[in-house]
Design a protein around this ligand. Structure first.
Ligand code: FEO
Length: 190
């Protein structure tokens, strides 16, 4: 019979970091749900290109969540799936939609930075190294969201003509549906 009392503790994460990483795993799923919901709003409002962009983004957020889950497990920890708060309510228009996507990304960056801070404080270099991929990824994601706002502003912002909005929507529709797998990405190539 195995005497479990003598099995050594192989967990290589502090309880605090394990919880912070697990919370982030859940936060990424919440982001995925919000973008899924926004995609439904966009498609229903006639912006199938914007919906296409948001659904791809939703899938990426799910990949991010899995990346956190995998790391916690690889370090001997156990992530916990929590209840997800409801997604943000539908935006009023396309401008509010893009602004909200950008704010969401900035909020997520802040959350990632807190984990980086904690890893630094604890001198947990494995976690610090792991989080660098997300630091870089957030630069890319904030840029994507900012580009949407810029394109809309160039098209006339809230006063954009139907034709300009049609062209913007079409340019997003034409983008590839392929979502690169985050689990296979490196810090140089998020
Ligand atoms: Fe997973 Fe948009 O951050």
């Amino acid at each position: 019979m195995i005497n479990y009392s003598i099995i050594m503790n192989t967990k290589r994460l502090s309880t605090k970091l394990e919880k912070a990483l697990s919370d982030q795993m859940n936060k990424e799923i919440q982001a995925s749900q919000t973008f899924l919901s926004y995609g439904i709003w966009a498609d229903n409002a006639g912006y199938s290109g914007v919906a296409n962009f948001l659904w791809r983004h939703s899938q990426e957020e799910r990949e991010h969540s899995i990346k956190f889950m995998r790391f916690i497990l690889d370090r001997g920890g156990k992530p916990k799936v929590e209840a997800i708060p409801a997604p943000l309510k539908d935006p009023k228009n396309i401008s509010e939609c893009f602004d909200s996507v950008f704010r969401h990304e900035v909020d997520n960056t802040t959350s990632v930075y807190k984990i980086v801070d904690l890893a630094l404080e604890e001198k947990d270099w494995a976690t610090w190294n792991f989080t660098q991929w997300f630091v870089q990824e957030q630069v890319e994601e904030e840029k994507l969201a900012r580009d949407l706002i810029d394109q809309l502003n160039l098209a006339g912002g809230e006063k954009a003509s139907h034709d300009a909005l049609f062209q913007l929507d079409k340019s997003l529709e034409d983008q590839s549906n392929d979502v690169p797998s985050a689990t296979e990405a490196s810090s140089e190539h998020p």
